[in-house]
Design a protein around this ligand. Structure first.
Ligand SMILES: Cc1ncc(C[n+]2csc(CCOP(=O)(O)OP(=O)(O)O)c2C)c(N)n1
Ligand SMILES: [Mg+2]
Length: 676
């Protein structure tokens, strides 16, 4: 191991002035001293948690200095303190996060420190989920490219993050679309305690070739080396030549975080060896040799940095703590207040199927919103989706606005997040709800929490469409109902149409809503449900149930295919003299409670029907709310009619018929409840 900079580049050949070099030095020193101060505060018990940067400064400052934060986007990860400071995050912003204060501009004290977010600097909010940022960065880059911008996206992470599927899905997509991106991997040889040899076979940078992009290894402790490689990668991306993977070899000097004990997994000698390659003294030595840094200037910089930090600690530590833990769940919170009391007249329109209504509405919306982009597996023409929901969109609106993604669901949702962050309206299709599970993390930890975790500073207007449910002999993996998973999650809105008109109106509401909305399309009804398909402009407001039948004996609460079946059941029951109200919820989150309450008060008996299994199913929430809030109106226990506790519907018709609730079953349940 050598002392000093391993390869001494001529800085003027890199286009850097003497002043630039001093600025690089200032930023590295600021990050180091700030890190030391954070650790001291932690050890003094003044802050509960800190993440270290020390050792990574050259990588981060060299990389960040090569981008233009006024137009480029970046996604620095939690170790990127020096990156953040270099692009313009202030020490006050850093300490406001460390002290978890109201004035914390990244999350208002909601996230752990160093989870960067700053819309003014094009830094999209990050979670703690390792690697989830990569597909999102691709979404931003895709959007920039589609709009013809020459801005680029830098996305960072540690070598540990390159084991996650999201990294591979993102690298693959970036390579396919030659996106204007730089993947900067800071390889510090450990993922907490796990050494690189147990994380990565071979070398991270070598993977680039498999994804159709160059992979570059740099000495991450040499700020000029990093700056040089990064500038070349940025220029390549800006010129439309595609992404680059940069692997910066470096080391962290402190433990992973203040909660970690690094003595357990690495030796003092190893740390000492790397300390000899410390990027800061080595760069200082270079500056001294170049006669750019006098002893006096060095002292002046040290003092400037120290007082800057002291000032920032002073302003932030005494500032106000945040007080509101429940704001900013939604950009457009919807609390239904009015009960539906009449059956809506059917809208005007030619008769069509539910799937034709979805397709027609997508065409209308694409026409109206030129920032809308539709994508997913097999969505592009000529296939236009396995159910034909998206047919014709590529032909009419171009391959950049309706395109096929690789088979990678987490990527599909991550792309949507990035596009929405960049200001477009993504409509992501997950081919079958059964295959939404790989994207659970992107939906639950990312989509749903973005607005909340950024304290309202980032808003994701995006739509996720997916066919769900049984009745088409799709077997265990083409029949699932997934609403219980997603309605549980604050930050999402979830809707389910049961008629062509509602499919059109809810889809429009979803696309025009500033929040993320999941549209669960009952695929059994795609061709079974027919009715008027209204023209452009028809909206079904989110949070508004529909009365399908009005009767006084009991209420059936349902949605999707079960709402369709319940209407048929009501007609059978009416012939027997049992007068049934059918309330089609349409919107599962938010729930139209006033309409449920009014129906309970009118009928005093409630049957909840859904095709998902009962245990912890959506009906449990509805039943609990009725029991809590309308108990005195009930003349019978709230009853649920659902699939039994099987994972999904089996293939054989004889088996599927046994578990999927049908019209006869609903009639039978309602009949016995009416008699109660
Ligand atoms: C998906 C996920 N799994 C596990 C963790 C816990 N965790 C936080 S940081 C980390 C190690 C990351 O290592 P690396 O990517 O090399 O970055 P470094 O911290 O070394 O800079 C782990 C396992 C997490 N945050 N997210
Ligand atoms: Mg690491």
């Amino acid at each position: 191991m050598t002392l000093g900079l391993d390869s001494v580049l001529d800085h003027s050949a890199l286009g850097l002035t003497d002043e630039d070099l001093l600025e690089l030095y200032r930023k590295m020193l600021l990050a180091r001293r700030l890190d030391e101060r954070m650790w001291a505060l932690n050890r003094q018990g003044r802050v509960p948690f800190v993440v270290s940067v020390s050792g990574h400064e050259a990588t981060q400052v060299g990389a960040a200095y090569a981008i233009d934060p006024q137009k480029d986007w970046s996604m620095p990860y939690y170790r990127d303190l020096a990156f953040a400071l270099t692009i313009g995050i202030t020490p006050e912003q850093v300490f406001a996060g460390v002290f978890a204060k109201e004035m914390d501009t990244s999350s208002g004290g909601r996230q752990l420190p160093n989870h960067w977010s700053e819309p003014d600097l094009n830094v999209f909010t990050q979670s703690s989920v390792i690697a989830s940022q990569y597909p999102q960065a691709c979404g931003i880059a895709y959007d920039l490219k589609r709009r013809g911008s020459d801005a680029i996206v830098v996305v960072d992470g540690g070598e540990g993050s390159t084991s996650e599927g999201d990294w591979h899905e993102a690298m693959n997509f970036a390579g396919i679309h030659e996106l204007p991106m730089v993947f900067l991997i800071q390889n510090n040889l450990y993922a907490i305690s796990v050494p690189a040899a147990s994380e990565v076979a071979g070398q991270v940078a070598d993977r680039a070739v498999g994804y159709g992009m160059p992979g570059v290894v740099v000495d991450g402790n040499n700020v000029l080396d990093v700056y040089g490689a990064m500038s070349a990668a940025v220029a390549r991306a800006r010129a439309g030549e595609g992404p680059t993977l940069i692997e910066a070899k470096t080391y962290r000097y402190y433990a992973h975080t203040s909660d970690d004990d690094d003595k357990l997994y690495r030796t003092k000698e190893e740390v000492e060896l790397w300390r000899r390659k410390d990027p800061i003294p080595n760069f200082r030595q270079y500056l001294v040799e170049q006669r750019l840094l006098s002893a006096e200037e060095e002292r002046r910089i040290e003092e400037e940095v120290t007082s800057r930090i002291a000032e920032a600690v002073k302003t932030t530590e005494s500032s106000a703590a945040p007080t509101d833990a429940v704001s900013h769940l939604y950009a457009n919170p919807i609390t239904p207040t009015e009960a539906v009391t009449t059956i809506e007249p059917e809208p005007e329109g030619e008769t069509g199927t539910l799937i034709s209504a979805v397709n027609r509405t997508l065409h209308q919306l694409m026409e109206e919103h030129d920032d809308m982009v539709v994508f997913g597996e097999d969505v592009a023409d000529p296939t236009g989706g396995v159910f034909k929901a998206t047919v014709g969109l590529t032909e009419k609106f171009g391959a950049d606005r309706s395109f096929n993604t690789p088979l990678a669901e987490s990527l599909v949702i991550g792309l949507g997040i990035g596009m929405a962050a960049a200001g477009s309206h993504p409509v992501a299709e997950i081919q079958f709800a059964d295959y939404i599970h790989p994207a659970f993390d992107q939906i639950v930890s990312e989509v749903a929490r973005t607005h909340y975790r950024s304290n309202g500073r980032w808003t994701l207007s995006m739509t996720i469409r997916t066919p769900y449910g049984g009745g088409i002999h799709g077997a265990l993996y083409h029949s699932q109902s997934v609403e219980a998973f997603y309605t549980h999650v604050p930050g999402l809105k979830v809707v389910v149409p049961s008629t062509p008109a509602d499919a059109a109106g809810l889809l429009r509401a979803a696309v025009e809503d500033p929040d993320p909305v999941m549209v669960l399309e009952p695929k059994k009804l795609y061709r079974l449900a027919t009715g008027p398909v209204p023209g452009a402009g028809h909206v079904v407001p989110i949070g508004k149930a529909a009365l399908r039948r009005m009767g006084n004996d009991l209420t059936i609460i349902a949605y999707g295919t079960m709402a369709h079946f319940s209407v048929q059941a009501a007609d059978v029951l009416a012939a027997e003299g049992i007068d049934v109200t059918v309330l089609d919820l349409r919107s599962l989150r938010p729930l139209d409670w006033p309409s449920i309450e009014a129906a309970v008060q009118r009928t005093s008996k409630v049957l909840i029907v859904h095709e998902d299994n009962g245990f912890m199913g959506y009906g449990a929430e509805v039943a609990a709310q009725i029991a809590e809030k309308s108990f005195e109106w009930l003349d019978a226990p709230v009853r649920r009619f659902t699939a039994p506790d099987v994972p999904a519907f089996p293939f054989a018709a004889s088996l599927e018929n046994q578990v999927m609730p049908d019209v006869d079953g609903i009639v039978e349940q309602a009949r016995s409840l009416a008699r109660w």
